[in-house]
Design a protein around this ligand. Structure first.
Ligand code: HEC
Length: 106
């Protein structure tokens, strides 16, 4: 009996780890329409093509965008403007912006 309980816990434990590996928490709660709505504030700087030190982010991987925004938010990437922009965004807003910009043509 003890053995069965033991195996049961191992199975639960493994499935939790597996779920953690599959899910991408950075993009949790992403909402496309919300992303489109929020993107207005980004478009004043981020245009279709890179210029004057502002990289184009249209069509970039959603995960790439989200990771960068988190890094600016945590001040692990140096850029005052983007640190300020990202610090005003919460997790859901970052995820929404990431999937929205990913959907745009490069
Ligand atoms: C005032 C101008 C400005 C605004 C507004 C702005 N950005 Fe930026 N963004 C920049 C600049 C400049 C950089 C490059 C910073 C650097 O060199 O690290 C950048 C970099 C980025 C990067 C990293 C791109 C890469 O390939 O390294 C992402 C992602 C990004 N911005 C997303 C956004 C999003 C999303 C918004 C809107 C919420 C936004 N930005 C608003 C100016 C702006």
């Amino acid at each position: 009996m003890v053995k069965i309980i033991y195996i049961f816990f191992i199975i639960i434990f493994c499935s939790l780890i597996f779920r953690g590996l599959l899910a991408e928490p950075l993009l949790d709660g992403a909402d496309f329409d919300y992303g489109e709505y929020l993107s207005g504030q980004c478009l004043t700087c981020h245009q279709n093509s890179s210029d004057e030190g502002i990289p184009a982010i249209n069509g970039a991987e959603a995960l790439y965008i989200a990771k960068k925004l988190v890094l600016y938010k945590n001040k692990e990437l140096e850029n005052e403007v983007m640190q300020l922009v990202a610090s005003a965004l919460d997790k859901e807003e970052i995820a929404s912006l990431a999937i929205y910009f990913n959907s745009l043509e490069k």
